[in-house]
Design a protein around this ligand. Structure first.
Ligand code: DLL
Length: 434
């Protein structure tokens, strides 16, 4: 059957998928209890034993784990296997605290690659494709993750990593890259550099698909990328803790397929910890069902999304998560109002005069929080007439207020003045914390 990497698994009837998940949940719970002193202690504290987990719904009896547990047990205190079984480590950058270390057995790397092989096949890639991997190679999971996934489907990998953008574009043309995997903010930068080089991604390259993620990006940004280049831009999600990049949208572009034989997904109310209904926003919690060096039980990632358990038009039965709103800890509280940077992006990207780069700066002036949104204008949106700029400022401010319910100061910047990122874009500077 074409279009699927593993049709038997991907189209599995829900009843069979649930039975498989139940078996795997029971085994992984026994496994961590037997192999990891951390989980034994946690389970005992929660008064739960592996034998208590008899059905899928019993998952709620298990205690949560969080990033802080990985940090507290730095570097490998949460691992379930000794070093001799580990074939790879990845390490988070630690920008928001102590770094976290994740590890993989040979089988874990295979499962990770398999997950991406299914995902890449679902967006129509295969052995005739050239996949340019512009995610960072090294301690970050993006580069090597995509690399192994693309190799698994027999594509030719062009491992450009991040940076050296002009060379990336030359190679894209010379080797005929048909897909690019990088952060959406880096791809926007690539489009800009290509233009400066006199290269049209639409006409001068063979690019047809983008695999964009590792940071929040809005549907409006997708539209901008697709309109500017003619490619199909797909969302890819994952976190280093559960392996790295793992899941993408399929060609339907209606949610990210999370492979149920590998992961059990819960979406919970961040306040009560109770499951929310399908289609309601909640916090993502994953249990790894088939990962053995560092299995995670009810891991609270902190990302907000919605779950859909309806089978997809593409024929895949596995649950989908909808576009990630952001992390609970990305949420800014400005004068008591919750603001997600992704909401700001959605508003800005609908305004044609606003370019692709923007940032939020939060200060405290006296007792008051002040949010400044600094936006770069496009060449055509930029005017030397003060009156034009003033009226644009007003318009942006009004649009933002309509969605966020708070007023923001708008700072208009000339094209090319906001720093570009090669990896995850830094959108927010919160001066209140320093
Ligand atoms: O960013 C893994 C990855 C690499 C995913 C390449 C996709 C592509 P971490 O560095 O651990 O891992 O960061 C994970 O990034 O919890 C989300 O907050 C955010 N994130 C990742 N993908 C998306 C996405 C990698 N598609 C954290 N949309 C996650 C929104 C995303 N946020």
């Amino acid at each position: 059957m074409s279009g699927y990497w593993d049709p038997h698994i991907e189209r599995m009837p829900l009843k069979d998928l649930h039975a498989l998940q139940e078996d795997r949940l029971k085994s992984i719970v026994h496994y961590v209890y037997d192999h990891s002193a951390f989980y034994r202690r946690r389970f005992k504290e929660a008064g739960v034993e592996p034998g208590d987990i008899r059905s899928l719904s019993d998952v709620t009896k298990l205690p949560f784990t969080r990033k802080i547990d990985l940090r507290d047990n730095y570097p490998t205190g949460m691992f379930s296997l000794p070093r001799s079984e580990v074939v790879r480590y990845h390490v988070s950058s630690g920008t928001t605290g102590k770094p976290t270390v994740v590890g993989y057995t040979k089988g874990d790397i295979e499962t990770w690659s398999e997950s991406l092989a299914r995902a890449l096949t679902s967006i129509g890639l295969g052995r005739d494709d050239v996949v340019q991997v512009g995610y960072g190679y090294g301690l970050f999971t993006g580069g090597l993750g995509l690399h192994y996934g693309a190799e698994r489907i027999g594509a030719a990998v062009l491992p450009t990593s991040t940076g050296n953008t002009e060379r990336q574009i030359e190679l894209m043309m010379d080797l005929g890259s048909t897909a690019i995997a990088c952060t959406p903010s880096y791809f926007l930068h690539m489009i800009e550099v290509a233009e400066k080089m006199g290269v049209s991604i639409r006409n001068d390259t063979q690019l047809k698909a983008g695999i964009f993620g590792a940071e929040p990006w809005s549907l409006e940004t997708r539209k901008r990328i697709e309109d500017a280049t003619g490619i199909n831009a797909y969302d890819i999600y994952g976190t280093s803790e559960i392996s790295g990049p793992l899941f993408t949208e399929c060609r339907e572009k209606n949610g990210i397929h999370v492979w149920g034989d590998m992961f059990l997904t819960e979406v919970l109310d961040p306040k009560t910890g109770e499951p929310v209904e399908d289609g309601e926003v909640g916090e993502l919690v994953f249990t790894t069902l088939h990962k053995f060096a560092l299995p995670l039980i009810r891991y609270k990632i902190g990302d907000l999304s919605m779950l859909s358990t309806e089978p997809c038009e593409c024929g895949r039965t596995h649950p989908r998560i909808m576009r990630i709103l952001g992390r609970t800890d990305d949420m800014l509280i400005i004068r008591g109002i919750n603001v997600f940077p992704s909401q700001v992006e959605s508003v800005l990207m609908k305004i044609p005069e606003v370019g692709d780069h923007w940032e939020i700066i939060v200060d405290r002036k006296g007792p008051l929080d002040v949010m400044t949104v600094r936006v770069e204008l496009t060449q055509s949106g930029f005017s030397d007439k003060i009156a034009d700029l003033m009226s644009l400022k007003k318009r942006i401010s009004k649009e933002l207020k309509g969605v966020l319910n708070i007023a923001a100061d708008i700072d208009l910047a000339e094209p090319g003045t906001i720093p570009r990122s090669m990896g995850k874009a830094k959108r927010v500077t919160d001066n209140r914390k320093v």
